[in-house]
Design a protein around this ligand. Structure first.
Ligand code: IPE
Ligand code: IPE
Ligand code: MG
Length: 228
């Protein structure tokens, strides 16, 4: 991997927690638990190699359709995650930002998300963006509604600034783990010219070596953006 030519913005669809756990003879929740540890490892690695933006798909607008117990577990895991991660963010100069409609979460989860954003707002290293109750269609609808309400002209620039990802550059590299080859309502607008990588590895087994391999591949690709 050539450290002088790394993508600015990596986005990852962290998939396969449940199947990983099942293959180990464990409950799906054990997969989510292990997956949260991988979030920390990959975030630290991206921070160390100088990535500026890392967006991770943690909970989709469609994930509410899962069994109630699994949804409850994920909500509790998120609260625990933020409690344990704040010192890690601060120590590593990582800024945290949430995208998605967090108003649907419990008050306590909303509060810890906002606190984590506020307390890391001064950090200048990697920005870690977690997609929480995120759906790209929902985000685009909310953006258009905002513009309508303020009577602002609908054009690419204004839509871009009304999205949850305003101020964040487009995705350069999109990765999905677990062998599924689909986007599942993630960053539809922002991946217009992203390079895509799909790996069979389940998220709980994804690691920084595999990410480095993907980065080396990424560097071999020629991005033309519609030009020649
Ligand atoms: C991704 O793993 C985590 C979330 C969507 C919260 P899954 O839970 O989707 O795991 P699989 O795809 O069922 O194996
Ligand atoms: C996408 O994974 C959402 C997250 C990774 C949070 P899913 O497991 O929900 O997506 P589908 O159902 O396989 O498309
Ligand atoms: Mg899945």
């Amino acid at each position: 991997m050539n450290k002088s030519n790394i993508p600015k913005h990596i986005a990852i669809i962290m998939d396969g927690n449940g199947r990983w756990a099942k293959e180990q003879g464990l409950n799906r929740t054990a997969g989510h638990e292990k997956g949260a540890k991988v979030v920390r490892d990959i975030t630290m690695h991206c921070s160390n190699i100088g990535i500026k933006y890392l967006t991770l798909y943690a909970f989709s607008t469609e994930n509410w359709n899962r069994p109630k117990l699994e949804v409850q577990f994920l909500m509790k895991l998120l609260e625990r995650y933020f409690k344990s991660e704040l010192p890690v963010y601060l120590k590593n100069n990582v800024k945290f930002k949430a995208i998605g409609d967090i108003g649907k979460f419990s008050n306590s989860l909303q509060k810890i998300i906002k606190d984590t954003q506020d307390k890391t707002a001064h950090c200048t290293g990697l920005t870690q963006i977690l997609a929480l109750n995120y759906g790209s269609r929902d985000e685009i609808v909310r953006a258009i509604q905002k513009l309508n309400y303020k009577n602002i002209q609908i054009n690419e620039k204004n839509i871009n600034s009304a999205l949850d990802t305003a101020d964040i550059p487009d995705v350069d590299l999109l990765i999905r783990t677990s062998g599924e080859i689909r986007i599942s309502n993630f960053l539809l607008w922002q991946i217009a010219y992203a390079e895509m990588f799909f790996t069979q590895t389940y998220w709980p087994e994804f690691n920084s070596n595999e990410l480095d391999d993907i980065l080396s591949d990424f560097q071999k690709r020629e991005r033309r953006f519609g030009g020649v």
